[in-house]
Ligand binder design. Structure first.
Ligand code: IPM
Ligand code: MN
Length: 359
């Protein structure tokens, strides 16, 4: 029995998670995988109900599960709260508690969506890259951090810190991933300024010696932000720290047409994987049945692959999404100036389910 913990969260989280769950159940049924669901609170929903963005009880349940499927956290209602009690803290805590140091964010151009990107078709056609983002270290978690008063002035600090073991393990994930793809790793850093980045360059080079079949290059993060717009097709696997990975993965997502398309998997040494769309809680459209559920549904495909070892089920889900798009169905975020009438979140879920049963 495979226990799955659902953490719908805030904003559009619940609606996209609902569609993702339906697809998860349908595909599991087809491939004879037994699932059992738990549901818990995270983010603002948990703050409102339990006074904390993630309770110990939910962490405990997550540890007992094979995988966690998350929606999104955050919203204007909780924006005034300090960083330690905000909805986002719940997400950061579950990543840390489960030791999910490797965040995989694949950005692939679905052929049917080439026109939805804000970039020229010839720039983005065929785009297929994987951001491997370090997820439990760096400036997100470094100490010291916090606010203080220095000489009567408000002051605040965060610390970007990595040790070599953290860099080794994420580098290995990147090189292993590249072996299954086009065999190229681009390490993104700011080594012309940051000591931390110099250590990354050094350690990634050392790890590369064990992967002579993979080509390694290094790219400064500022120039990488530019190259992703100019020539994104040339990248295969991108490995980088927590903060740079956060920023570049949103950029990569937009290249593929919409942030609403990008799934992610967070993996670690423990047995539990966490799957979530890269997009946020989109409070402006929450509850209106306008959200794009495809990033959440594609996260289900990643769950099949990485947590249930069910590659065929993963492929079936991906194919169903591609078929729905090929037939011209679009949620509002993908419509652009095509004049297509958008479908809602639920309807897109229905369409993907129909494609899944036809395949
Ligand atoms: C992401 C999000 C999170 C992050 C936030 C919600 C804490 O932006 O998963 O990319 O910064 O990691
Ligand atoms: Mn982000």
């Amino acid at each position: 029995m495979n226990r799955i913990l659902l953490l719908p969260g805030d904003g559009i989280g619940p609606e996209v998670t609902r569609e993702a769950r339906r697809v998860l159940e349908a595909a599991a049924g087809r491939f004879d995988l037994k699932l059992e669901f738990e549901e818990g609170l995270i983010g603002g929903a948990a703050i409102d109900a339990e006074g904390t963005p993630l309770s110990d009880a939910v962490v405990e349940t997550a540890r007992q599960c094979r995988a966690v499927l998350m929606g999104a956290v955050g919203g204007p209602k909780w924006d005034a709260l300090g960083v330690d009690v905000r909805p986002e803290k719940g997400l950061l805590r579950i990543r840390k508690e489960l030791g999910l140091f490797a965040n995989l964010r694949p950005a692939r151009m679905v052929p049917a969506l080439v026109g939805a990107s804000s970039l020229k078709p010839e720039v983005v056609a065929g785009l297929d890259l994987l951001v491997v983002r370090e997820l439990t270290g760096g400036i997100y978690f470094g100490e010291p951090r916090g606010r203080s008063e220095v000489a009567g002035r408000r002051s605040a600090c965060n610390t970007m810190v990595y040790d070599e073991d953290e860099i080794v393990r994420i580098s290995k994930v990147a090189f292993e991933s590249a072996r299954k793809r086009r065999g190229e790793v681009t390490h993104v850093h700011k080594a012309n300024v940051l000591d931390v980045s110099q250590l990354w360059v050094e350690v990634v080079e050392e790890v590369a010696k064990e992967y002579s079949d993979v080509t390694l290059s290094h790219q400064l993060v500022d120039s990488m932000a530019m190259l992703l717009l100019r020539d994104p097709q040339r990248f295969d696997v991108i490995v980088t720290g927590n903060l740079f990975g956060d920023i570049l993965s949103d950029e990569a997502a937009e290249l593929t047409g919409s942030l609403g398309m990008l799934p992610s998997a967070s993996l670690g040494e423990g047995g539990v994987g966490l799957y979530e769309p890269v997009h946020g809680s989109a409070p402006d459209i929450a509850g209106e049945d306008k959200a794009n559920p495809l990033a959440a549904i594609l996260s289900v495909a990643m769950l099949f692959e990485h947590s249930l070892d069910a590659v065929a089920a993963a492929a079936a889900v991906q194919d169903a999404v591609a078929a729905a798009l090929a037939e011209g169905h679009r949620t509002g975020d993908l419509v652009g100036d095509t004049g297509v009438t958008p479908v809602g979140c639920r309807e897109m879920g229905d369409i993907v389910l129909a494609k899944l049963s036809e395949s």
